[in-house]
Write a protein that binds this ligand. Sequence first.
Ligand code: ADP
Length: 253
Amino acid sequence: MATEEPMLRTDGLVKEFGNFAAIDGVDIAIQPGEFRSIIGPNGAGKTTMFNLISGALDATEGAVYFDGEDVTDLPPEERIRRGMGRSFQISNIFGGLTVRENVRLAVQSRMRDSYSFREALFKPTDRYDDINDETDRILGRIDLLDIAEEEAEALPYGDKRRLEIGVVLATEPELVLFDEPTAGMGPEETQETIDLIEEVLVEQTLILVEHDIELVMEISDMITVLNHGQVLAEGTPEEITDNEDVQDAYLGG
Ligand code: ADP
């Protein structure tokens, strides 16, 4: 049966540190629109896998395909330019700028690519209108229009996370990579963040690297379980819950 081209695919991916293979022959294929979580016990290779996908680390062997193209040798900036959303962390935000300025900067950096020099020169007003409209649209979606003029630094934690999602959204990524987006949050904030991700990033393909299993079970379409740098199991949350190998790995096997 013909299937859609995966949004992201890895083929025989290996990452060695010295003689040690932290990622040891991983093949995954993530379909457009899918919410995939990568889980596994400590030391399983989750962070290494994340860094290989984003380009922060070079693969020792194997390949990474994004949207059907081989991006294995491309640096992170080029992967971002092609539509791989950066993982978001508080550090994506400029604390001294307002909420609006933060979103506007991200919108501007994307739109710059889509305007030719000639257009920018001859239609400057239209261009600024477009940027302002898009900025307002995103502020509306993340529900921060009311406090758009406040300094990012002064926001409560939850609103900072909203702003981060806005900054990610402003770059219009097809694929968004999350590295433990709810780390350090209490249960209520965790739930709010997940609700927001699900509400705002509906059109995107998402990859989440996470150790909080309950969270992963709640939000994932599909889960890949890594152990000792290899895929131990892959399936829906229900399939993973029932998998004995996975239970053993987590119980110290
Ligand atoms: P996880 O995120 O699942 O906890 P990591 O990807 O961080 O796992 O690490 C997988 C394995 O690779 C661990 O044994 C870790 O010690 C090792 N490792 C990770 N990064 C490096 C590095 N830069 N140099 C040497 N070993 C590393």
